[in-house]
Structure formats: C-alpha cells, structure tokens
Design a protein around this ligand. Structure first.
Ligand code: 2AM
Length: 174
C-alpha cells in the first residue's frame, strides 16, 4: 500500500524565511544545532504521519470545506525543548484563528486514524534540530508579523540526507 508522510501546516513567506535565517546566524553559535534550511521553515498545524492516499484524499476534502478568516501571526517567542532537541520560534499569544484551525485539522486527522500527540498543541517554527543540551536563547524583543491567508498540505520526503517539504495543496482563509 502506498503511503506518504504528510502534515498540514503554514508555510512562511520567502522573505521572512530569509530574515529568520540571517537572524539565526547572528544569534546562535555554529555548534548550537543543525539549522533547518530556509525553504523548510514552516509551522505545523497537524502532523498526519504515513498516510494512505484514500485517507489523504478524504482529509483534503474536509480541509477544502474549512471556512475561517485570515489572521496575523506574531513570532515573538523562542524556546528550547531538550527532549526532541529543537530550538523554536513561537507566539507569546497565539491567535485564536490559529488554534481553531489546528484543533479542527487535528480532530479530523484523529477521526481518520492519524493519531495525534497527547501533548497540547504548541504552535512553533523549528529553527534548529539536534540542539545542544545547553543553549543561550536570544533575549526577548525580536518580533516578526505575517498574514496567514492560506494553509497547506505538505509532504515530507527524505532523500540523500535531506528533508524536503512540498506543498501538495493549499486552501484560502478569507
Ligand atoms: P517539529 O518541527 O517540532 O519537529 C514535519 O516533520 C513536521 O511535522 C515538523 O514540523 C515536525 O515538528 C512535525 N512532526 C513530526 N513528527 C511529529 C509528531 N510525532 N507529532 C507532532 N508533530 C510532528
């Protein structure tokens, strides 16, 4: 049976990806962790895992029916999770629209057999993987805002030592 590794998420605008990569280079030591490449910087809404094509189709049909307004996302928080060993950017106050969208996608995924983590949803953009155990985070005061007017279904492919995310379909938030 053919499966694909999939997740619903929000891609970051290209210009923001570039800004974040520059800021990361200026604010973290070279040995802090393995940087996520600019094009892969994103925010996951619902991780689906390995999914059969029928399930993916069904979840896409449900995603297409979602009607929600666009919202602004403020990236103004950072953190370090020692267990998954990631350093991330997030929001001090996640917008309601973001939480509603993630809740809905996660519930639909769970109903179609895509087990969802028992941990509460913590919206984040992973900046570094395999992070060192002790990391000095940049002081608060950084802030990027962008308009989220669509969300996407991404595939995650790993080949020749590289992970690549590809948007397979997108839906507007209006
Ligand atoms: P991460 O960035 O915190 O690692 C593609 O792998 C995306 O799905 C990443 O954003 C990753 O989150 C997320 N992801 C991977 N495995 C996951 C899991 N088991 N539960 C929740 N999210 C996961």
């Amino acid at each position: 049976m053919e499966t694909q590794r999939l997740f619903f998420g929000i891609g970051l605008p290209d210009a923001l990806q570039q800004q974040l990569v520059r800021w990361r280079a200026d604010n973290f030591a070279d040995d802090a962790g393995r940087p996520v490449v600019a094009a892969n910087l994103h925010l996951t809404l619902a991780f689906l895992g390995e999914v059969k094509s029928e399930t993916a189709q069904k979840l896409q049909q449900l995603a297409a029916r979602i009607q929600q307004p666009a919202f602004d996302l403020d990236l103004d928080d950072a953190g370090h999770w020692p267990r998954p060993r990631v350093v991330w950017l997030g929001c001090q106050r996640p917008p309601r629209g973001l939480l509603q969208l993630a809740d809905l996608l996660r519930a639909q995924a769970a109903r179609h057999g895509c087990a969802q983590s028992a941990q509460p949803f913590h919206p984040h953009v992973t900046l570094l993987r395999d992070a060192a155990s002790r990391i000095a985070l940049p002081p608060r005061g950084f802030h990027w805002r962008f308009r989220v007017d669509h969300f996407s279904l991404f595939s995650s492919q790993y080949a020749r030592g590289r992970t690549r995310y590809q948007a397979l379909a997108s839906w507007p938030l209006t």
